[in-house]
Design a protein around this ligand. Sequence first.
Ligand code: AN7
Length: 350
Amino acid sequence: MLYKGLIEKYREYLPVNAKTPVVTLNEGNTPLIFSEDLSHELGLKVYLKFEGLNPTGSFKDRGMTMAISKAKEKGATTVMCASTGNTSASAAAYAAKCGMKCAVLIPDGNIALGKLAQAMIHNAKVIAIRGNFDDALNLVKTITEKYPIELVNSINPFRIEGQKTAAFEICDSFGDAPEFHAIPVGNAGNITAYWKGYKEYHSAGKSKTLPKMLGFQAAGSAPIVLGHVVDKPETIATAIRIGNPASWKPALAARDESAGLIDAVTDDEILSAYKRLASGGVFTEPASAASVAGILQLHKKGFFDHVKGSRIVCTLTGHGLKDPNIAIKNVGQPVTLNADIKEILKEVGL
Ligand code: AN7
């Protein structure tokens, strides 16, 4: 049967009705890739939920199909969000799909080029503000409270509803939940959404168990780990450069109810995991690699010593092509040679 996107697939678990105009780009249905490399090192069965293969290249599309469909249902004509990049790319695309206007506030100078290009080409009104993501989100909250504009950040509950379907897909693939689920944490909407999804599927009898949720923030932007707001968040993983997450409390609930943890990984650990994933054929953006950096760090501490053979899923939240600059910066430029077979063969090592 033709795949029509996650709203049609999981309609009975979502707050939509026959009258909801479904705005979709056929998001969801992303692959769970088995990693031989990581499984071998950790003594676990490691799967990568590659959300970079959504229509705009990140998991945000799952929430955006819901948020835009519900905005359309209530007659909204304009949507707005603050973004470190992926939310704006997704909002712009889904708004374009259904003829809505979209305005986005981004932190000036701190968003990956691919994400900026996406928001611009889909005709969003892109405003770079002199401030960080947290400043931008505060502005968007104030504006959307006062004016007839729909807010499509993850404090919009429909975003969480759409994003929870990733947990459904994982349970449908395995016939149960995995033992562990590792995920990057920025504004903390996604860890909240996964946990909601796992709990709902469990209640519906679709899975027998619940996973332990393992969340990872970048060390320079780790408010939840530190227990206080970070005024000047820093990290090379610009997607998760967030100092005051909107879904802070539900993220703590996900951590505690699942008997999991939320920890920090350094930029060096993130870059190392980023390069390692790419060396294994999977190109994610740096923020996405935080989930893998996190489990490698836990492995070194002996965290998995008594649970060998368990199944663990790492969410890879966005595609590596979002940020080509950081890739080139970390691996260097190609060699340039004359158009000469001898020179080429020598370079290839033949
Ligand atoms: C690749 O686009 O916040 O913890 O404004 O783009 O649910 O915020 C992006 C977040 C992880 C963190 N990985 O997810 C935005 C934005 C990638 C991301 C996260 C983001 P949340």
